[in-house]
Design a protein around this ligand. Structure first.
Ligand SMILES: [Fe+2]
Length: 358
């Protein structure tokens, strides 16, 4: 067991015990301890990894799929410390069912916080509302941020370097603050731990019909959309959006869904548009090698205003942000021209059209 995180964990247990294990006190305590001990400066990551791979005495490891991967480096009945490795840029927009704090151990991240306004439960696992981005900031190595359980802390971390590593000092769970919703901007919140196996298998079967060119595929999708409840209809629509668009049948599908769900359907189409656009930009980011261009694409995926785009570009690169963006767009035009039209569409959406171009 690594001595640095063992000492940090024991100190957290003792300090929190002095506060009677009050969950409301834990985020500030965890943030203070991470700031004071400063793992980015004082924990040697190579030593931690060597210990984890070679020493037999290790804390209990979870089956969590969060992190790429997650290593538990301290475990106690009241709290634990996890190291999260990130190979991809993005984590979903989410809230937590635990309290604590995170610290950027290696790399840097674009961090955004949100509020979900006017939430309306549709089922136990799905809500509609409007996700409002509050703030986006660049977190350098060594930055620490408290995590509050529940809807008052909704956030997303987009990791800019590969791999990025974060340390999380956290409770196991803070009861009554779930579900740990994931948010699909601008209008849908989902419980990601709700597993509807039948819908999962139906989506997979539809993928088979789509991929094999089955002539009955569109009709079957329409019939499903005509009878399914909102939650499952949304999942089917989300799963089939690309297949229906490529067949020129998207408008037909939206008509069926709108007829079935009337005003509730309004939440769905801007959300699916945003998913498609983000996926497209994220895919293009995978084809781009230059770190400055990858940074720019990360901003385009995550931001929704010209003001924040210019602020964050200016923060990292000296000079006029508009000129920097125009240069990047020209460079991308020369290297990955297919990335330019979707990037221009996003710039237009952000109110920054005309900043660059091919
Ligand atoms: Fe988080």
């Amino acid at each position: 067991m690594n001595p640095f995180f063992h000492a940090l964990g024991n100190r957290a247990v003792q300090s929190w015990q002095a506060l009677n294990f009050d969950p409301r006190a834990f985020p500030a305590l965890a943030a203070r301890l991470l700031q004071e001990t400063n793992p980015a400066q004082n924990a040697d990551l190579d030593t931690v990894l060597e210990d984890f791979l070679l020493a037999e005495e290790q804390p209990f490891q979870t089956q969590s799929g969060f992190g790429q991967p997650e290593l538990v480096v301290f475990d106690h009945p009241r709290l634990y410390i996890q190291l999260l490795f990130w190979m991809d840029g993005t984590t979903d927009i989410h809230q937590h069912e635990f309290d604590g704090a995170f610290h950027v151990l290696q790399g840097s991240s674009l961090h955004s916080t949100f509020r979900f306004l006017d939430p309306k439960p549709v089922s136990a696992h799905l809500r509609t509302g409007t996700l409002k981005r509050l703030r986006s900031e660049l977190l350098p190595t060594g930055a620490t941020v408290p995590i509050r359980a529940g809807t008052e802390f909704i956030h997303a971390l987009f990791h800019l370097e590969t791999p990025s590593v974060t340390v999380v000092l956290r409770t196991h769970t803070s009861p009554g603050t779930g579900p740990q919703f994931t948010y699909l901007p601008p209008h849908i919140a989902l419980d990601p731990f709700h597993h509807d196996s039948l819908t999962q298998r139906r989506k997979q079967l539809l993928d088979v019909l789509d991929a094999s060119g089955h002539p009955g595929f569109p009709k079957l999708v329409f019939e499903m959309l005509d009878v399914l409840d909102f939650e499952r209809g949304f999942f089917i629509l989300q799963n089939c959006v690309s297949a229906l668009r490529s067949r020129g049948l998207w408008n037909n599908a939206t008509k069926v869904f709108k007829k079935r769900h009337s005003s509730l359907a309004k939440a769905v189409f801007p959300t699916l548009d945003e998913i498609v656009q983000r996926d497209l930009l994220a895919g293009l980011r995978g084809a781009v090698d230059e770190p400055e261009h990858r940074f720019f694409l990360a901003l385009l995926i995550n931001l929704d205003s010209r003001r924040d785009l210019y602020r964050l570009v200016g923060q990292r690169f000296p000079g006029k942000p508009g000129a920097t963006i125009a240069r990047w767009m020209e460079e991308i035009w020369e290297t990955v021209p297919e990335a330019v039209p979707p990037m221009e569409a996003r710039l237009e959406q952000l109110g920054a059209a005309g900043t660059g171009g091919g």
